[in-house]
Design a protein around this ligand. Structure first.
Ligand code: PMT
Length: 223
């Protein structure tokens, strides 16, 4: 039986890859399946938390948790903002599209005689940076999906987004990252402490992340 160390804590989890529409039939997206976020939602529920899963994944969600379906980064931010004041912990496993088309075509873009197509993109909102500015008691946990300089890039995001913990994920390793049943991650804490985890099923990774969160000085009941 899982420990009940999250009993009655309000946990928000994001999962899946956001999609930014280009026209009525196409979008800019990424390879996130949602499995890592769903595993976190399930693990937090097993440990007694009241969980809301904000998901951009089409996978069926774990039955025990409240589910909010979103598509774009802006929708994900809105869903989080609505619930943030009442939350204790935010676990942000979602892969958010960093850019979106400036304009969405109202009709399907036709190939016609065109030999090239230029799409004008603009940055999406940085959700974690917004939440950091709103933060009071909440603990914010981010992920960093990297293809090079894993620890340096993840450490930079930990600092820039003012997080309490970041899960560094080298998504080029077999058995890690997008779509797989397992993950291989390193946990980075403010102050430089790090904990490297072996390859584990995503549910087990999720429990190890939740274990790490309980060691944070701001974890409810610790300070
Ligand atoms: O879903 P799976 O198939 O199981 O795959 C799991 C995963 C690889 C998606 C997951 O383990 C992971 O690494 N998630 C983070 C993906 C990501 O967007 O990383 P990033 O390095 O681009 O972003 C850093 C952090 O900022 C993330 O917590 C992200 O949610 C957040 N972010 C990013 C962009 C943005 N506009 N707003 C954000 O809040």
């Amino acid at each position: 039986l899982a420990p009940q160390d999250y009993r009655d804590l309000v946990v928000l989890v994001t999962a899946g890859g956001t999609r930014e529409p280009l026209d009525p039939v196409r979008y800019i997206g990424n390879y996130s399946s949602g499995k890592m976020g769903y595993a976190l939602a399930r693990a937090a529920w097993e440990r007694g938390a009241r969980v809301t899963l904000i998901t951009a994944s089409p996978l069926p969600p774990p039955p025990e948790v409240e589910v909010v379906r979103v598509q774009t980064a802006a929708e994900m931010l809105a869903a989080l903002e609505e619930r943030f004041a009442g939350a204790d912990i935010v676990l942000k496993a979602a892969a958010v599209a960093d850019f979106r088309p400036v304009a969405k075509a109202t009709q399907k873009i036709k190939k016609g005689q065109q030999r090239e197509l230029f799409v004008h993109l603009e940055p999406t909102v940085d959700i974690l940076a917004c939440l950091s500015r709103m933060k009071e008691r909440q603990i914010l946990v981010g992920f960093a999906a990297e293809t090079e300089d894993l620890l340096a890039n993840a450490g930079q995001k930990l600092h820039d987004k003012q997080l309490d913990l970041i899960v560094a994920n080298d998504v080029t390793r077999p058995g890690a990252g997008f779509g797989s049943e397992t993950n291989i991650v390193t946990l980075l804490f403010p102050g430089g402490r790090k904990e490297e985890l072996p390859q584990l099923p995503k549910l087990e990774v999720a429990h190890r992340i939740l274990d790490a969160v309980t060691t944070l000085p701001r974890f409810p009941g610790r300070s």
